[in-house]
Unconditional design. Structure first.
Length: 375
């Protein structure tokens, strides 16, 4: 905290909300870590400046301070665009600003809330609820299918064994060759039943897979996870696809299920490569794997001091508009022949680690962001 900053405001660093304390002329006395992260400017730089200069259009902030100085209002509220460091983001951050005069002091308290944050949290809460409901529905459905499926396969195996060890009865019109062909055809039909039953069994097992509890058996290095996925994809697409890496090597290891996380990232990356088939054919496909640490991030309804942020970004055509609101729902797919389980499983595996997956999509740029709390 800089010299002259008000004492006792260290607790503001524990808030996810952006908070600052300033004089009535706007000179900043204190800025919390959430504001520092959002603006991508050091706290000392913020505290050397004036809060009026933080916004793209400074007029609203200027008028709010003037109204407070004249005691016309106790609190002023307005929407604004918070400036961000050029390397942090391409656009300013839309925020809702509340400026309140502090009792007994010629100071004001500024609170800034990201306008999209509430929308994102509401959407995340709805998604979590839907995922839980869908998981329960699928689990019940899978169990209902699994029982008769086992009976069908067993009956087909018995039929196959019976046909293999039994000579069919002679008929006036059927010779020995005809009898063998008829028995062979029936055995082949039995094999088809067994094969299809096995295929459905595999699908049922995939539906039940999200209910397997994560095995927190060791420390996970997220970059080892990323590299495993990268090698798999590069071997599958040796030409036409460029995989870019932007890793923050300071990210600590955390307890988790390494195989589940590999599968989650792989499912997202495979979805991206399937969407980028035209770009891969043209040799212009780009896939970015980027890791960062997010500070004071809220996942669900819980705020975490530190969280892992893994971004998977592609330059494909984007998520089809028709499925954007239900992309994590089971059996929803944007491509012909897709099972629609890849993202469902990825979301479930990440949720096993108390995290979530967010996404944003536009033609030419789609990114999926995995967020997992760090110790």
């Amino acid at each position: 905290m800089s010299a002259g900053a008000p004492a006792g405001f260290e607790a503001f660093d524990q808030l996810a909300t952006m908070v600052a304390v300033a004089r009535l002329d706007g000179h900043c006395l204190y800025a919390n870590s959430a504001l520092e992260d959002a603006a991508a400017v050091s706290r000392s730089a913020l505290q050397r400046g004036n809060a009026v200069d933080w916004f793209v259009d400074a007029q609203a902030m200027r008028e709010a301070l003037q109204a407070l100085r004249r005691d016309e209002v106790g609190t002023a509220r307005f929407d604004a665009q918070l400036k961000r460091a050029p390397l942090a983001a391409s656009e300013a951050l839309p925020v809702r600003v509340s400026v309140s005069q502090m009792h007994g002091a010629a100071r004001v308290l500024l609170e800034l809330v990201e306008i999209e944050q509430q929308t994102r949290q509401d959407r995340e809460e709805r998604t979590l609820g839907l995922v839980q409901a869908n998981k329960e529905l699928l689990r019940n459905l899978a169990h209902e299918v699994k029982n008769p499926l086992g009976g069908i396969r067993g009956a087909a195996q018995l039929l196959q064994m019976e046909l293999a060890g039994r000579e069919p009865a002679a008929t006036p019109r059927a010779g020995a060759r005809g009898r063998k062909r008829a028995a062979g055809d029936l055995a082949e039909y039995a094999q088809v039943i067994i094969h299809e039953a096995d295929r459905l069994q595999a699908l049922v097992d995939r539906l039940l897979a999200p209910h397997r509890t994560a095995q927190l058996v060791g420390d996970v290095n997220i970059h080892e996870v990323c590299e495993r996925v990268r090698l798999l994809i590069v071997s599958q697409f040796p030409r036409g696809l460029t995989v870019l890496r932007d890793y923050d090597t300071s990210i600590p290891e955390f307890r988790g299920d390494r195989e589940q996380l590999i599968q989650a990232v792989l499912n997202i990356v495979r979805n991206a490569t399937e969407a980028m088939q035209p770009q891969i054919a043209a040799g212009s496909a780009r896939l970015l794997l980027r890791t960062r640490i997010a500070r004071q991030h809220t996942i669900g309804k819980q705020r975490h001091r530190l969280a892992l942020e893994l971004l998977v970004q592609d330059n494909g055509p984007g998520v089809p508009q028709a499925i954007r609101d239900c992309i994590f729902h089971p059996l929803v797919s944007g491509r012909e022949g897709g099972t629609g389980l890849g993202l469902t499983l990825a979301q479930s595996f990440v949720q096993q680690h108390h995290g979530t997956i967010e996404y944003d999509s536009a033609p030419g740029r789609t990114h999926f962001k995995i967020l997992i709390p760090l110790p």
